[in-house]
Design a protein around this ligand. Structure first.
Ligand SMILES: Cc1cc2nc3c(=O)[nH]c(=O)nc-3n(C[C@H](O)[C@H](O)[C@H](O)COP(=O)(O)O)c2cc1C
Length: 353
């Protein structure tokens, strides 16, 4: 199918960012998606937390909050798609405008605040596609006004454990007040224990991952690593958006509240990823996300310790053909460096020689 994105891009870029996103989802729902139907090269195949990925490049959470277009995104060539963040009850999120492009920095600032249609709509859509091929993960969170956070996470897990290939406990959005405090040692140990128990109750065993923020002190990181290893969860996603405002962000936009993603997040999030790889001693698979817009960026994440990579913001600037470009470039780099499989390059930056 012809890629219409180059034609649509100027119109999308001229629109309000959230409207452009909604239009993109609507277009994807028509099913008229350019197919990246070519088979992925063997060098990109990866087996991670018991799942077989045809390539390690995934769509990060937040693009498809309501699980409306996972199959369209798989068809574009992503090796996996993470839907959500979903909360038990529908919620509107923060007042608009709440999504801002920063084109000069290839960055995005958002303060959506978990706007989503709620668990019923989300689970119904996942249920309707049950049995279809492709790795679709479910990213879960809490409603803004819920006091007992764990009850929201466990409600989501109970509902989607049979419908998703993996689960993500998202405690790292900067846009839900208090959410990030769930990353502190005791709160996290308690939350992960309850989430794992909820998964066990369902009888399903999808891998359970934790998604963390990039803005963590050394003590936070050491605590999280200890809790994660102790808890028995299956992996870590590093990272969500940052509250930092690097110099590349023009002052007027830097003043907007919310999480920053895209190119300026590449270096800090990859650094935190590498730190977690070392803290965890390579014992747990990591998913590297933040600022990936090329095969070289994806390769840097893998060499720093990521078994899988995700992206979101770069697609807003480069369109869906980006996925194919990243895969081709990554395959070339792996082959040039003599790696037969992605797994062989994971953490290479930390090894001598
Ligand atoms: C508009 C927008 C909405 C997002 N919503 C979510 C979300 O609901 N849940 C979540 O875990 N991450 C969310 N994220 C964070 C992304 O999944 C990702 O961690 C972050 O954007 C860094 O990757 P990137 O630089 O490739 O965009 C969102 C990001 C953006 C830009």
């Amino acid at each position: 199918m012809v890629d219409l994105y180059p034609l649509a891009r100027p119109f999308l870029m001229a629109m309000d960012a959230e409207q452009a996103h909604n239009l993109t989802i609507a277009a994807l729902k028509t099913g008229l998606v350019p197919g990246g139907s070519r088979r992925d090269p063997d060098v990109l195949a990866a087996r991670v937390f018991g799942l077989d990925f045809s390539n390690p490049i995934g769509l990060a959470a937040g693009f498809d909050k309501n699980a409306e277009v996972p199959d369209a995104m798989l068809k574009l060539g992503f090796g996996f798609v993470e839907c959500g963040t979903v909360t038990p009850r529908p919620q509107d999120g923060n007042p608009k405008p709440r999504l801002f492009r920063v084109p000069t920095a290839q960055a995005v600032i958002n303060r959506f605040g978990f706007n989503n249609q709620g668990l019923d709509a989300y689970a119904a859509r996942l249920s309707a596609r049950a049995g279809r091929p492709g790795i679709v993960g479910a990213n879960v969170g809490k409603n803004k006004d819920t006091v007992d956070a764990a009850s929201d996470y466990t409600a989501c897990i109970r509902r989607v454990a049979h419908l998703a290939k993996y689960l993500v406990v998202n405690v790292s959005s900067p846009n839900t007040p208090g959410l990030r405090t769930l990353q502190s040692r005791d709160a996290l140990a308690d939350l992960l224990g309850q989430c794992l128990a909820a998964r066990t109750e369902t009888g399903a065993t999808p891998p359970l991952l934790l998604k963390v923020a990039p803005d963590l002190t050394d003590e936070d990181k050491a605590d999280i690593a200890a809790v994660v290893l102790d808890s028995g969860i299956d992996g870590l996603i590093v990272s969500n958006t940052t509250l930092a405002r690097p110099a590349a962000i023009p002052p007027a936009l830097a003043a907007e509240a919310g999480g920053l993603s895209g190119r300026p997040l590449l270096e800090p999030s990859t650094k935190v990823l590498g730190e977690f790889y070392q803290l965890l001693g390579g014992k747990l698979p990591l998913v590297g996300v933040g600022g990936v817009s090329s095969g070289a960026d994806a390769y840097a994440k893998i060499r720093s310790g990521a078994s899988l990579v995700q992206l979101y913001s770069a697609m807003a600037y480069q369109g869906p053909a980006l996925v194919g470009r990243i895969k081709a470039e990554l395959a070339q780099r792996l082959t040039d460096d003599g790696y037969a499989h992605v797994a062989d390059a994971v953490g290479a930056a930390h090894r001598k020689g």
